[in-house]
Design a protein around this ligand. Structure first.
Ligand code: SF4
Length: 350
């Protein structure tokens, strides 16, 4: 199946994805960079800021996560942040060049009593002229609608890993639960941010399977974070074997080829990467990064390091203006949703 979105494919087979992963490295990088240049300015990176609005004490059992209440980690638990504090942080993020402000809460799902606060946050951040993104766990249809009405642009909900490896990593929610949340987000009219984590002790085939899941979503997620596991003491994955850097770079390149119009985000794990590794990831097609929330409260040498790297590489950051289009993207998303609905109808009829 090929969607009308400029021949974006949603019918990737595992064999095809594995074939991409197994290409000679230089061929893979060349193909990824070629695809990247067809759809993006190759020297531009989008910058988001991530703020944790509620930290720790999460009832879920994601085996990589410092915020799960089930593991003994050094995390400082924090209640849901006040709306004013969130808006102050958003203002600072904007001043530092971020175009998107992502707010994350360590919840299984938001409770009804939380919704008035999070929707206020969305309205306030939106009023500052920033794109808004949230990650709050699973969402019902109604909650997705409330967030969309408040002005939420993106909702992040990662698939994390392949369906095959999933049970090794999380047991408190199913893969289908995740797909259902993504469906609710999409149906409410918001953009989807969904990716995964590599280095979870998965096999190469699992990385291919995860990317096939993401690319075969219709429409594909607009934003695809690819995270390198950050091993946290106290979590069950603290001692998992290291992933080879080239396997990570290949993952970025294959994501770029399969999801040519998506922003591929170099996410968690970037702090541990040297400049050369990050540069290879940009060459492979990564075009979005996070500035961490710590930069909001303290002088942040890492921010300076990012700026220095961008200068060395001649990379500019995307501006809000460059993100504003003539509504074409929205129309394409709507067309793809209708196409998907038609497909489902035909399938059911059969
Ligand atoms: S749901 Fe999110 S915050 Fe909770 S344990 Fe899993 S990854 Fe961590």
């Amino acid at each position: 199946m090929t969607s009308s979105l400029e021949n974006i494919r949603h019918d990737w087979t595992l064999e095809e994805v594995n074939a991409l992963f197994n290409k000679p490295f230089n061929d893979l990088m060349f193909e990824a960079q070629t695809v990247h240049r067809q759809h993006f300015n190759a020297n531009e990176v989008q910058v988001s800021t991530l703020l944790s609005i509620k930290t720790g004490a999460c009832p879920e059992d994601c085996k990589y996560c410092s915020q799960s209440a089930r593991y003994k980690t050094d995390i400082e638990k924090e209640r849901l942040m006040e709306v004013e504090k969130v808006l102050e942080a958003a203002q600072k993020a904007k001043a530092q060049g971020s175009t998107r402000f992502c707010m994350g809460a360590a919840w299984r799902n938001p409770k009804e009593r939380d919704m008035p606060y999070v929707t206020e946050m969305v309205k306030g951040v939106k009023a500052l002229g920033l794109e808004t993104c949230m990650t709050l766990g699973m969402l019902s249809k109604e909650q997705a609608h409330s967030l969309q009405e408040a002005g939420l642009d993106y909702y992040n909900h990662n698939l994390d890993t392949s369906p095959e490896h999933y049970n090794q990593i999380i047991t408190t929610r199913t893969y289908q639960d995740r797909l259902d949340t993504l469906d609710n987000v999409r149906s409410a009219g918001m953009k989807v941010c969904s990716g995964g984590i590599v280095g979870l002790g998965e096999k190469a085939n699992d990385r291919a399977s995860l990317l096939a899941q993401l690319a075969n979503l219709t429409p594909q997620p607009e934003s695809v974070p690819i995270n390198m596991l950050v091993k946290i003491d106290g979590t069950p994955l603290a001692e998992v074997a290291e992933l080879d850097d080239f396997d990570f770079i290949r993952c970025i390149a294959v994501a770029r080829i399969m999801m040519p119009k998506s922003h591929v985000r170099l996410s968690a794990g970037r702090e541990a990467m040297n400049e050369q590794m990050q540069a290879m990831c940009f060459l492979a097609g990564a075009n979005s990064i996070f500035y961490g929330c710590k930069l909001l409260t303290a002088a942040n040498p890492e921010t300076n390091a990012d700026i220095a790297l961008f200068e060395k590489l001649g990379i500019n950051t995307e501006t809000i203006e460059s993100l504003v289009d003539d509504g074409q993207e929205e129309k394409q998303i709507q067309a793809a949703i209708i196409e998907k609905e038609n497909e489902d109808l035909f399938y059911n009829a059969g």
